[in-house]
Design a binder for this molecule. Sequence first.
Ligand SMILES: Cc1ncc(COP(=O)(O)O)c(C=O)c1O
Length: 488
Amino acid sequence: MEHDSSLDFSPELLKKLIIKSAGIIEEWYANGLRNSKIYSNYSPGEIRSLFDEEMPVKGADPEQLLEIIRKDVFRTSNFNPSPNYYGYITGGGNHASIIAELLKTSLNQNNLKWHSAPANSEIEKIVVKWICQFIGYPEDAGGVLVSGGSVANFLNLAVMRKTMCRGDISNEGLYGGTRITVYVSEQGHSSIDKAMDMLGLGKNYLRKIPVDDDMRINTKILEETIGKDKKDGLMPACIIGIAGTTNNGAVDPLKELGNLAGKYNMWYMVDGAYGLPAAGTKMYSPLFEGYEIADSLLINPHKWFFVPFEASCVIVKNKKLLRDTFSLVPDYLRDTGEDSERDDLMNYNLQLTKDFKALKVWMTFKTYGAGKLRGAIENDCKLAQYAGDLIEKARDFELMAPVPLSIVCFRYTGRNGEFTGDEKMLDTVNEQILRGIEKDGRIFFAGTRIRGKTSLRINLTNHRRNKEDIDFLLKVLREIANKNIYRK
Ligand SMILES: Cc1ncc(COP(=O)(O)O)c(C=O)c1O
C-alpha cells in the first residue's frame, strides 16, 4: 500500500502558518510590555497538566496547535521582554534576531564543514571578528559560537588543559602527569567547577581566592597561593579573571591578573560571559583594562548584546591552539577539497552538527550597529546606578554590594529600617519578599547570597527600560513588603 511519507505542508498552508505565528510574536511584544503580569505563578502540576498526554500517533491540525502554543505556552512563560523582568542575567532579546532565527531554521544548514554550510561558515567567522572589534581584542583570534557561557568555559578550559599540561594527554590522558592548579575568585561561576570536574582536572585543584571589599579577587592572596602550590610540587597553570561576576558584576583587576599570569608562565583566561560587552563602551572600558592580555575569553551575545538565547562566543588569541584542541577529522568527514581557505567550523569546536547562531548575531550587529548596542549597554549601567542611588538613600532598603555594571544587590530592612542589625530577621523578611514577588507577578527576579546574607538581586540587561521602570520596581517591592511582612 502506498504511504504518503511527506511531512511538507502545501505552500499556501506553510505561508498561512507563518503569518499566524507572526501574529503570536507580535502579540507577545506589543501587548503589555508594562502594565501586565510577567510571571504566572502556576504550579508544576498545573503546567504539566496542559501538556501531559500519550504520544500522538495521528497528527493534528497545525493551525489548532498554534492556538495551543499561543494559549498554553506563551501564557505560562515568563514575560522576559518586559522591563519589569530583572531575573538572572537575561538579555532583553531583540526583534532583528527573531527574524534571523526563523530564517535560519528554514535554511537547516549543517554547520560542521565549510562545504555543508558555506554562508554560515563565513558569517560565523565574521561575527566573531566583529565581537573582537567591539571589545578591542585582536581580530585574528580564533573563535566559535556555542550554546552558552557554561559550555564556553568548558571549551576554554579544554584549550588551556591541552596547551598547558605536559605530555601526550590526548592519547594518554592526565594519568600520572603533574597536577595543575587553576585560580579564580570565590565569585567564579559554577560552570568553572563543573569544567574542572569533567575535564579530569579535579575540583580540588581549583583555587577559590577570597575577594576584597569590592568583590574583586584579592591578588595578594592569589600570588601567595600560587607560591605555596609551586612549593608543594603542583603546577600553577591558569588564572581566570572575571569581567563581570554573576553575583554583582564585579570586574577583577584584569591587568594585574594578566601580569601575574605572565610572571608565572600561566595561561590567562577571562570569563566575560556577562560583562565583557561593556569593555566596548567609552564609559566602562577603563574598568576592563588588561583583559586584552588574556590568552582566551568568553562573551555571551545572549546576555549583553541583547541576542535571544542561545549564543556564547569562545575566543582564543592563538587560533592554532583552539584548532589543535578540537580538530579531529575521521574518514566520513573528509572532503575532496585541498582549498585551505575552506575553514571547517567543526575543527574549532566539540560540536559537529550545529545550528546557524551566527545569523542572529550578524542581524543584530547589522540592524542596530555597534553604536546603538554600546548606547543600550551604557543605559543599563546608568539605570543600575540610578537604582543603586535610590536604594542607598532609602530608609527601607540597603545596598549589599557595589554596583560596578548593571547588577544591583540589595535588601529590605523594614519600613523604617527597623530590622537593621538583626541578620536572622533580615534573611527571613527578604526570603518572604522573594516568595511574594512570585505570587504578585508584576515584577520578576530571584535572590542570591552576598557574604552569606540573603540578598535581592536585579540585573539590567534590557534595552527597553527607563527610570520610571526602576521607580515602579521599588514601589511594587514596598507593596509586596507591606502585604507579606506587615500583612497590609
Ligand atoms: C560570569 C559568568 N560566566 C558564565 C556564565 C554561564 O553562562 P550561561 O548561563 O550562558 O551558561 C554566567 C551566567 O550568568 C556568568 O555570569
